[in-house]
Design a protein around this ligand. Structure first.
Ligand code: FES
Ligand code: FE2
Length: 425
């Protein structure tokens, strides 16, 4: 990778090529449960290098404002939230959801200039447990992408959020990298082969060189990874990468399916939003309990925080686990294993030092797609043309006889509509 491409991929702030591209997509900003009540406590949110404050107003709507007051910069985190607005505690300037300054009490009536103040504010839409925001030009704002987890009824879906201490693409690359499964996750996969009736953990474990087929789609990439199942059949695992930072994960049996949204906090930190949803049914109480406390896809968190329980400070391991010979032996949690690898690259890994090969094909394709889209936007002002309905695809995995076409086999099941749902193997 050239230094120019590396820089372009890494920088997400306002005015950077990738930062501007990212601002042409809706992103999850905060969980609904972080703002549990109308006129409750505001929450600090940093996104794409911008410091913001989210608040739920008197009517229950969520707003996202620049953190620093337009008067002289005091933090609106300390603002008084009430009567449909957030009032800076310093001199009382009050802002509504759209950033209009609706009161300027430290200036005599007749001298106030509140109509001239437009505080930076980003539109928000709340859906299925998360608040999404649009940080791009308002004139270009599309509808929310029709990702399946946003289109199912609310009780079919669950979302959690965790902090990861690395560039957003370091984290996302892990989801696009099929060939680490057998190696990094060898032990948890081995445990699953004995604990679960599913055969797929064994297939994943035994084939470290999956054959990957890729198909470009308007919203991103469709990826199909083929592994040997038995003497006469293959295991095909099909999932998606959607622009700019969404990935999906097929889960076997009648389980809820899963996906991630990788949302840059800045260039060296990322929010990982994890979504679970079932296309056809409510999530059970037992499933929700597991997701809240740490499941195979939702991270276990330090209670009351977004910090993963297994993290850099404890070597990604159970603090009172018996000592093990080598550091890796202590890291047994599947997501801790992923985090240990992507964070161990450092907050911003220098991609010019990489030596990528055939197993990195998906990562190279997604990087190329993002770089080209960012350059095109910078040069022409045109953002990628993606319709909200282009996101209506879901992950699926199947066992097929040798010679059968995976494209035909999953043609219906990948279309995200309740009636097409098919249980994955
Ligand atoms: S700094 Fe906010 S009102 Fe003065
Ligand atoms: Fe992984």
């Amino acid at each position: 990778m050239t230094p120019e491409d590396h820089k372009l991929l890494s920088e997400t702030g306002k005015g950077t090529a990738m930062g501007e591209l990212l601002r042409r997509f809706w992103m999850p900003a905060v969980l609904s449960r972080e703002l549990p009540e109308a006129d409750g406590a505001p929450v600090r949110v940093r996104l794409l290098g911008e410091d913001l404050v989210a608040f739920r107003d008197t009517r229950g709507r969520v707003g996202l404002l620049r953190e620093h007051c337009s008067h002289r910069g005091a933090s609106l985190f300390y603002g008084r939230n009430g009567e449909c607005g957030l009032r800076c505690w310093y001199h009382g300037w009050k802002y509504d959801l759209d950033g209009n300054c609706v009161d300027m009490p430290n200036v005599l009536p007749g001298q106030d200039f509140k109509h001239r103040i437009k505080h930076p504010a980003y539109p928000c839409v709340e859906r299925n447990g998360a608040v999404w925001t649009w940080m791009g030009p308002r004139a270009d704002m599309p509808d929310l992408p029709e990702l399946e987890w946003l289109t199912v009824p609310e009780d079919h879906a669950f979302v959690s959020k965790r902090l990861q201490l690395c560039n957003w693409m370091q984290g996302m690359d892990g989801d696009l990298d099929s060939s680490h499964l057998a190696f990094l996750h060898g032990n948890p996969l081995k445990a699953r082969t004995t604990e679960l009736p599913d055969k797929s953990p064994g297939w994943l474990l035994e084939d470290p060189v999956p054959k990957i087929e890729l198909e470009a789609m308007p919203a991103g990439l469709l990826m199909a990874a083929r592994r040997r199942a038995d003497a006469t059949s293959f295991y095909w695992r099909v999932n998606q990468w959607f622009m700019p930072g969404f990935t999906t994960i097929p889960l076997a049996g009648d389980s809820p399916q899963a996906g991630h949204a990788w949302v840059p906090i800045d260039d060296t930190k990322v929010w990982t939003f994890t979504f679970s949803w079932h296309p056809r049914r409510k999530l059970s109480d037992a499933e929700l309990e597991r997701m809240r406390t740490g499941s195979n896809v939702h991270a276990r968190l330090i209670p009351g925080t977004t910090i993963p329980y297994y993290n850099q400070s404890n070597g990604y391991a159970e603090p009172d686990a018996p000592p093990a010979g080598q550091p890796w032996m202590r890291i047994t949690d599947l997501q801790a294993q992923d985090m240990a690898m992507t964070e161990s690259m450092g907050p911003l890994w220098d991609r010019t030092l990489e030596n990528t090969g055939p197993s990195d094909a998906v990562i190279m394709r997604t990087r190329r797609r993002l770089i080209e889209a960012a350059r095109h936007l910078r040069e022409t002002g045109e953002a990628p043309r993606i319709a909200p309905a282009d996101y209506r695809l879901r992950p699926v995995s199947v066992q097929l006889p040798e010679g059968a076409s995976w494209r035909e086999a999953i043609a219906e099941a990948v279309i995200a509509r309740p009636e097409t749902f098919q249980v994955s193997v």
